[in-house]
Design a protein around this ligand. Structure first.
Ligand SMILES: *Cc1c(COP(=O)(O)O)cnc(C)c1O
Length: 378
């Protein structure tokens, strides 16, 4: 059995080596490293894959979130609601723009932002909601979109972990996550489901006016060369990354399918254990692309399990060990104090297992048996 990796980018690369080399060579031959034709080609490919009108590539996922928010022209002090249990990017960009982050609790099954908590946090200053499709599964977008409509709020999806996932509405219609709200942000960080060989990100929207504004913001606020209509940023996807992403986009559905198969196998082996809660999947499994396979470990010492796995050469991750409302930088954020019951519990219970498109059934079996052996011993 090969050594187990949390993400096995080497093996994934080996399968597509020749295509990647050709694509990169094309960029090297052209020496068009910035704004080269491949950036545009990748953008169009992603637009058709997602069935969306506008993809605006940028430098990384955090920039994508910041630029998406800048495009909405919110005013200092406007409130933006987001999840307490996620990566810090969302609350970081809200704070950087002098907006007010309002953190709310999450659902214990899906780990995603809780629409009931959102509703409780909405007031006259609320201007936007940022749901994060955490670990590869869409947030409850139907309820969130209804709340947004009722209260006249923007919805900015953080789709960094769920690219390729479908959201299925109760009437059966289907759309890709990241195309459901007013605008969305995604990341092409190497370990994401669609990862570059460096940094990358994109802003995605069906709104023509917003797309126009965003195209200026990513490029120093220029709509005409050297005429700066507003304060923008410099955030670009370079041509080498676009070349890699154009190749890998063709395999995204295959990669996500492999992740789902791995998840199903893990769940088969682990679901009956009384101390383990395996990931909850909505009825149509298409809505989960398993960026992470995250267990909850009940009434037990999760940290001892981490040590035990490490001794047995099994990497794992704690996403996330501290809820955002307890982070030093964000402690002063306006918080919904009646809440966080779930996020405070999850930080002590969650453990993410190795998950990638090259994981073998043998490896999954070894990991699962080792976990069960830990409980038998303790
Ligand atoms: C990775 C990630 C980001 C940030 O992406 P970068 O490209 O690293 O800036 C934002 N939000 C979530 C939920 C992420 O997982």
């Amino acid at each position: 059995m090969d050594p187990i990796q949390m993400v096995d980018l080497k093996k994934q690369y080996d399968f597509i080596k020749d295509e990647i080399k050709d694509a990169m060579q094309e960029v090297l031959n052209s020496t068009s490293f910035i704004n080269g034709p491949l950036v545009h080609e990748f953008q169009e490919d992603l637009e058709s894959y997602l069935d969306v009108k506008h993809v605006i590539p940028c430098a990384n996922g955090t920039d994508a979130l910041q630029i998406a928010l800048m495009g909405l022209k919110l005013k200092p002090g406007d409130e933006v609601i987001t999840a307490d249990f996620t990566f810090a990017s969302t609350v970081e960009v809200i704070s950087l723009l002098k907006l007010k982050p309002v953190l709310v609790d999450v659902n214990p099954k899906t780990f995603n932002i809780d629409p009931i908590a959102i509703e409780r946090a909405i007031n006259s200053k609320t201007k936007a909601i940022i749901p994060v499709h955490l670990f590869g599964q869409s947030a409850d977008m139907e309820q969130i979109l209804a709340l947004a409509k009722k209260n006249n709020l923007y919805v900015v999806e953080d789709n960094a972990q769920a690219i390729g996932a479908d959201y299925i509405f109760s009437d059966g219609t289907k759309a890709k996550t990241g195309t459901l709200g007013n605008i969305s942000a995604t990341s092409f960080f190497p370990s994401k489901n669609l990862g570059a060989y460096g940094d990358g990100g994109a802003i995605i929207t069906n709104d023509d006016d917003l797309a126009h504004i965003i195209r200026g913001i990513v490029n120093h606020g220029m709509y005409k060369r050297y005429y700066h209509d507003e304060v923008g940023v410099n955030s670009r996807l370079d041509s080498l990354q676009a070349a890699v992403l154009k190749v890998k986009l063709k395999y995204l559905d295959f990669y996500n399918e492999r992740r789902k198969e791995a998840a199903i196998f893990y769940t088969t082996l682990l679901r009956d254990h009384p101390k383990i809660i395996t990931p909850f999947r909505k009825r149509n499994c298409n809505s989960h692309v398993f960026h992470q396979y995250t267990l909850r470990i009940l009434k037990s010492n999760r940290d001892l399990l981490v040590d035990y796995l490490n001794v047995h050469k099994i990497p794992c991750g704690i996403y996330y060990p501290v809820p955002l409302h307890k982070q030093k930088a964000y402690r002063t954020s306006k918080i919904d104090s009646s809440s966080f019951i779930v996020s405070k519990q999850l930080v002590n219970e969650v453990i993410s297992l190795p998950m990638h498109s090259e994981l073998t059934f043998n490896q999954i079996e070894y990991i699962s048996k080792t976990i069960i052996r830990f409980f038998d011993k303790s």
